[in-house]
Design a protein around this ligand. Structure first.
Ligand SMILES: Cc1cc2nc3c(=O)[nH]c(=O)nc-3n(C[C@H](O)[C@H](O)[C@H](O)COP(=O)(O)OP(=O)(O)OC[C@H]3O[C@@H](n4cnc5c(N)ncnc54)[C@H](O)[C@@H]3O)c2cc1C
Length: 412
């Protein structure tokens, strides 16, 4: 019987363990935490958005530069497979109004409980509180360090790493693996915060009054030097130190690029993305003489207090008086972003092991018989179920790759 060592008990590692165990491989899963899969369980607190219902043609571009490499993997184990897998575990899925897919209970706990039960039945064994700390000097085995400092070694016929990124490190994935791979000559793109809020230097009055208030259904845009514009729409939440929420995350890569290239990023907030500039100007043109600035904006455009305050914030406390310049501002309020929030507060991580380091089966070119899956690979995507989907898809593909490799090496 062949043996596989899986390091990392998140969704990518566990689905890989399942695929390997079903094929009759003896699987041992190592994780540094006392229980798994912690991030998946936390994801369930706000409603576990496990995948998205859109077809692959629409879904693939969400993965940006990684779309081409991920495409065949989403064919192998795509949204429909993932939904069927949930249903088989007793958690049929439902599609929310935005097209996002959730388990019927909206939580992760029932799914995880059933999954761990199934893995137990398949004979998968777990070694918890074991941190992988590198390879033995001859590279033949993995080194592990227990929570009490004791060290041990582990080896299998194949090894599969699914160590996650570096966001929310207290849940287990802390990016500690990066230098270990670098030592073996495997390139790793720096881990960066993705799906994360941004810092804005609000005035004290604005921050105090509007912390926790959403800018409803706004458009956000980042203009790059070469003319490229990245845009997203939705609710952006004002925080004491900046902005959070779906549309901010969706253009996060463009914000990061602008900050890297120019050291600054101006986010343009469109307060009425449903109206053209001319329509906004026409509505503003019908100002009644007795209307104050905020009444004028509310009556003509339906702008709420936070939107009006954002306009004032951009004008150092003053609103422009004429319809045309106010319309220009309403369609593109400049908000100066100074940084992204730290990776510890990010939902996911960009960067990781580049695609050039792995073959189509996700085997490391430099370390034959060693496979990688999940967020530790260099891809990123917005929220919407795309993160878990790609973690599962790459986990399945890496496990199948490991099975073929075992086959090729006569280790059925
Ligand atoms: C608050 C929050 C909410 C989220 N909600 C959603 C959502 O609704 N939908 C969605 O699609 N995505 C969501 N995500 C993202 C999603 O959870 C991750 O993309 C996914 O868990 C990544 O899976 P993974 O298996 O690659 O890594 P992880 O889930 O991070 O698992 C990696 C595992 O490796 C272990 N590990 C790391 N280093 C070592 C080591 N050296 N030795 C041993 N073990 C190690 C860790 O302990 C961990 O158990 C959310 C993330 C967060 C933080």
């Amino acid at each position: 019987m062949s043996a596989a060592v899986v390091v990392g008990g998140g969704p990518a590692g566990l689905i890989a363990a399942e695929v390997l165990a079903r094929a009759g491989v003896a699987v041992r899963v190592y994780d540094r935490m006392p229980s798994v899969p912690r991030k998946l369980l936390l994801a369930g607190h706000g409603g576990l958005n496990i995948t998205h219902s859109e077809d692959l043609e629409r879904m693939l571009p969400r993965y940006g530069a990684a779309a081409e490499r991920l495409a065949p993997m989403l064919e192998v184990f795509g949204p429909e497979h993932l939904r069927q897998w949930c249903a088989d575990l007793g958690e049929p899925t439902v599609v929310g109004s935005s097209g996002r897919v959730f388990p019927r209970s909206f939580r992760a706990t029932p799914l995880v409980r059933a999954w761990l039960g199934r893995l137990g039945e398949l004979g998968v064994s777990f070694e918890r509180r074991q941190r992988w700390t590198g390879w033995t000097d001859d590279g033949a085995a993995l080194r592990l360090t227990g929570a009490d400092g004791t060290t041990s070694e582990a080896a299998g016929d194949v090894t599969l790493f699914a160590l996650g990124g570096a966001s929310w490190p207290r849940l287990g994935s802390d990016g500690g693996w990066v230098p270990l791979f670098a030592e073996r000559g495997v390139a790793v793109a720096p881990l960066r915060a993705a799906n994360v809020g941004v810092r804005v230097g609000w005035s004290a009055t604005f921050a105090e009054r509007f912390e926790g208030v959403p800018l409803k259904q706004v458009g956000l845009a980042v203009r790059a030097r070469g003319g490229r514009v990245d845009e997203a729409r939705g609710d952006a939440m004002v925080t004491r130190t900046g902005l959070e929420g779906g549309p901010v995350y969706a253009i996060g890569a463009a914000i990061r690029r602008a900050l890297d290239e120019d050291g600054r990023c101006v986010l343009e907030v469109d307060l009425r993305p449903d109206l053209s500039g001319a329509q906004v100007a026409a509505r503003l043109g019908r100002r009644r003489p007795k209307d104050s600035g905020s009444t004028w904006l509310r009556r003509s455009l339906g702008l709420d207090a936070v939107s009006t305050a954002l306009l004032r914030e951009a004008g150092d406390g003053v609103l422009p008086g004429d319809a045309d310049s106010t319309a220009g501002l309403v369609k593109a309020v400049p908000v100066r972003v100074t940084a992204t929030m730290p990776i510890e507060r990010a939902i996911s991580t960009a960067g990781g092991i580049p695609w050039s380091e792995v073959d189509d089966a996700l085997m490391l070119r430099r370390l034959p018989g060693t496979f990688v899956a999940g967020e530790m690979l260099d891809w990123e995507a917005p929220t919407g179920g795309y993160l878990l989907q790609a973690s599962f898809s790459t986990g399945v593909v890496a496990a199948r790759g490991a099975l073929s490799w075992l086959d090729g090496h006569r280790m059925p």
